[in-house]
Design a protein around this ligand. Structure first.
Ligand SMILES: NC(=O)c1ccc[n+]([C@@H]2O[C@H](COP(=O)([O-])OP(=O)(O)OC[C@H]3O[C@@H](n4cnc5c(N)ncnc54)[C@H](O)[C@@H]3O)[C@@H](O)[C@H]2O)c1
Length: 303
């Protein structure tokens, strides 16, 4: 049995925690002793309107269960206000869970700038703003945990979600670099790609499966990743319905052409099968590992 995970004297911001996945994250953090900032603008799935009652209700739930929480109603695009609220209420910030999100699904040929921009703003700029404002505090105290919420729609693509997929995979790119930059200050950064039955997925998932995909089944991973017990950083985890898996890059061993002689598009065509052959594939964990095959190839032709 692992040691109990506790957040004694730790402060956690969960964005978009007025409903769906963010709500169950916030409840579980509070259950494990964290002081929680329940952020939610309270708008629609499409990013319209605002309503403070969403966050307030979750705070009431946490308090009724004996936990500690405050509500915050700012948009994540005003991330510095959310972080300031955490500092004003609790004096520190240990964990940021970037969870707030909206959808503006449209096929690419119908995509309008407003749909593209708003999805970027909430998911990417919002996560940037909150995390950027919390970052100096985490650096200074030599401790921090950041979770970004990506999506399988970003990892694998999904019809009608070019804007959303762009934003969600962008967050994984952000995860990878912040993990590198944060490591020396003990700031660990991971991403999840959840699947949960929420208002965002209602009507898209068959009702019986929707029922099984309870948001509560995603939060234990988030709480673990955000805890002192966790040493993981730079990870991407697909999670839902009580199942968790880790996703990583895979690259074929590739084909090397003589860099002095050059090569033609026909040479590429002739080698296509080998270029795309994943037998014995590499799983580069960082940029240095990623460049290894290319550098070894160059060395064969070194002057
Ligand atoms: N449900 C899924 O299967 C699924 C799959 C992949 C990714 N996700 C991601 O998980 C996260 C949570 O989604 P959910 O399914 O719980 O949806 P949800 O709509 O229930 O929750 C999203 C919350 O974010 C809040 N929000 C939206 N814009 C905001 C803003 N500007 N500032 C603050 N709060 C804002 C909303 O009010 C809402 O309460 C999102 O980032 C979503 O993209 C969900």
């Amino acid at each position: 049995m692992s040691e109990a995970i506790r957040f004694q004297d730790q402060v956690v911001i969960v964005t978009g925690a007025g409903g769906g996945l963010g709500r169950t994250h916030a409840l579980l953090f509070a259950k494990h002793g964290a002081k929680v900032v329940v952020n939610d603008l309270g708008g629609s799935t499409h990013g319209e309107g605002a309503n403070s009652s969403a966050a307030d209700k979750v705070v009431e739930e946490i308090r009724a269960a004996g936990g500690t929480a405050v509500a915050n109603h700012d948009s994540v695009t005003d991330g510095e206000k959310i972080v300031q609220h955490a500092l004003d209420a609790f004096g520190r910030i240990d964990v940021v869970v970037n969870n707030a999100g909206i959808l503006r699904d449209k096929t690419f040929h119908k995509m309008e700038d407003a749909d593209w921009d708003l999805v970027y703003k909430v998911h990417v700029e919002g996560a940037y703003k909150v995390t950027r404002a919390a970052w100096p505090h985490m650096r200074e105290q030599g401790y921090g945990r950041v979770i970004f919420t990506a999506s399988t729609s970003g990892i694998y693509g999904n019809f009608g979600q070019s804007n959303y997929g762009m934003a969600k995979l962008g967050l994984y790119g952000l995860t990878r670099t912040l993990a590198i930059e944060g490591r020396k200050n003990n700031i660990l950064v991971n991403a999840i790609a959840p699947t949960g039955g929420t208002r965002m997925t209602e009507g898209l998932i068959p009702p019986q499966v929707f029922e099984q995909l309870k948001p509560e089944l995603i939060s234990p991973l988030v709480v673990y990743l955000a805890s002192q017990a966790c040493e993981e950083t730079s990870g991407l985890f697909e999670v839902g319905g009580g199942w968790i898996g880790k996703t990583r890059w895979e690259r074929s061993l590739g084909v090397g052409f003589d860099p002095r002689a050059g090569f033609s598009p026909e040479d590429v065509a002739a080698s296509w099968q080998q270029i795309c052959d994943f037998d014995g594939a590499a799983h580069p964990a960082d940029n240095i590992e990623a460049l290894k095959e290319m550098m070894e190839h160059l060395q064969k032709y070194a002057l």
